[in-house]
Each structure stands twice: as structure tokens, then as C-alpha cells.
Design a protein around this ligand. Sequence first.
Ligand code: ADP
Ligand code: MG
Length: 375
Amino acid sequence: MATVSMVDVHKSFSKGGNTIAAVDGVSVDIADGEFFVILGPSGAGKTTTLKALAGLVDIDSGSIHIGGTDVTLVEPYHRNVAMAFESYALYPQKTVAENLASPLKSGRTGRYTEAERAERIDQVTTTLGINHLQKRFPRELSNGQRQRVALGRVLVRPADVYLLDEPLSHLDAKLRASMRAELKQLGAMSSTTTIYVTHDYQEALALGDRIAVMRDGRLVQIGRPEEIWRRPADTFVAKAVGQPEINLLDGVVDTGRIRLGDGTFDVPVPPETSCQRGDRVRVGLRPSDIQVGGSDEAPRGRVILAERLGRNIELTVDIGGTQLVVLAEGRGGVGEGAEVTLTVADADVHLFAIGEGSTPSLRTSGQEPVLEAAQ
Ligand code: ADP
Ligand code: MG
């Protein structure tokens, strides 16, 4: 159990004559027992950040503290952190139970009795849903089960901090979802500080006590899942969470309303904003926050594309020359060519500074913008 702090950590690599700032001034304080998620696209610097915490890369400047102790110059072995890598390996000639026992036999954790080892293995396999597989060999397991065992090998070892680098990335969407639920349980049960890296916003929202969104070596926003979802600091964060991606439209503030595009479509000014009549703003509207139907007075648009995504229908609606992506509930038969009214609640209107460029978006595993953490 331990707090984790990074103070202005920098780490650059030279590659083909160029210098890449993989970690570019990261400062963060993580609480004892917190489940902290780092969310970012490939190349953002997530793995390098974890390796810096584990002591597997030497940082150029800054400092790292675990449990209040400065460990910047401490060898990995003495940091008492357990790290799971993206790629995982099991001993093929050992059973699941034996694979899980080996981390408890080596090094500083070698002090366990056989009964204590069995108890820890039981706990971890139960949490990961692989308790009944203890006597199997890796070749007798599915990919998903093997990944659970690999994760178990990290979690079975008592450590001050667990560092998990995209532990679900090799699983298919369905398995990811079920593992996510189990990891959430684990997070709730375990009091061990956990830093979890992912490019999947659904995982981040579901699992994180807090989320740090990482871009180009920097943490661009740190907050609880609801804050990241409801108050994204910029368009990069807004696009990083949510699928389909948030609509970004330029508009001009009028009295109580913001006129978008040619002015046919307008949305309310969100509460607690200081914008003034005549201001030019960039407006973000999440596809799932736009209501189809409702008031007859609401702006009208025409559906130009309708695509079913399981329970929902993704609509592309043209409204006065502006195209909006809308995620509608799938029961009503809104088809291509239909005329629809669109309304947005004031709290669902996100404002950004004008001229914030379009940014690379994240890969996502699923289609539905579920927000389990905020329920
Ligand atoms: P992420 O895990 O978010 O995908 P990484 O931390 O792996 O990002 O990488 C961040 C950046 O640093 C990338 O541009 C990557 O190519 C570069 N990088 C990472 N490790 C090395 C290394 N050992 N040598 C050179 N460049 C590296
Ligand atoms: Mg990585």
C-alpha cells in the first residue's frame, strides 16, 4: 500500500537522429489504494511512464516517490512494484496453480508457507474467474483464460503498487467486457494502489477512480470519470472519450442560444459559462446527447444516413448544411430521408476555444458509449 508521486518527470529517446520526448513533464499524485488509469492513443508515452515507475527506464529529470520515499535512483527489484506487460508468457510445462505459485516462491516474496500460497492463489483465481482451472496446463486454456492467468501472476504477488499495461488488449470485445467487470471488482476489493494503462475509453471510464488523459508525453487532463466525460478540458479529451466521436461545430453566441453553421440549428448556452453575445465558439455535442423528436419548435433536419449498431441507430443528420452524428434509440424506425427535430439540453453543450485543431482520435473497442462509472 502506497502513494505514488511523479514530479516533473522527463524521458526522451533518440530515434533516427530525432529526439522523442516520450514523457514530457509528467507530475501527478496518486492516492494510497487508488485505481488510477492512464488513457491515451498509441505512442502517447503510457508504457514509458509505467516503466519509469517500475525503474525499468532511467528518467532524464524529475523524481518518483513511492510511499513517500524517493525511489528515483532505486533499483527495480527494491521498489516493490509488480508490472504486467502487454505481452505475457506462462510456463508451458506448469499448471495454472504452479504458474501462479512461482512469483510467490522467488525473491522477497519467498517467505510464504505452502498454505499461504494456496490461499493467495485461491483468492486471485476466484476474482479472475479461473479458480476451476488450477490444475490445467496453459495449452488446455483459451486465449482469454491464458491472459487471466498472466494477470494473476502479477496480482498474486503482494506489492505496494500494481502497474498494468493494457492487460486486456489481446482479448476480443466480449471477453474484454467480462474481464472489465471482474477487474472492477478487483479494484473495489483490493486496497493496493493500481496504475492501469489503456487506449480504450470504456475501460478507463469503467475502472478508474481517476483518469489521466495522455497525449504526446503530457497528462492533458486528470479527473474523475464523470469530470473527464462531462467537462473535457479540450477537444482532444472530448474526442478521446465517446464513440461515435463528439460532433464539433463552430458557432456564434446569441441571447441564450448559440447559432451553429448557417444558423438553422441552435443550441442553448450551457450553464455557468461566461460567453457573451457575439462570441465565436467551438461547440461539442455528443451523439448520444442529441434527442431526436420532441418539441415541434426544435430545429429540423433530414436523415442522410442511418446505420444500426446493435441496440442503437447511428444517424447522420443534415441540418441547414451542417452534418451531425446522432445516436438514437433503436426502437423508432427513423430511416434515411426522414425529417427529424433535434434538441440538446443545456448541460450537454460543451464549449471549447475556437481554433482548437482537430486531433488524432483513439481506437475504441466497442460502439456503445456506456458510462458505467457514472451510474
Ligand atoms: P504508448 O505506450 O503510449 O504507446 P510508449 O511509451 O511506448 O507509448 O512510447 C512513447 C514514444 O516513445 C513513442 O514515440 C515511442 O516510439 C518512443 N519510444 C518508446 N520506447 C522507446 C525506445 N526504447 N527507444 C526509442 N523510442 C522509444
Ligand atoms: Mg504502450
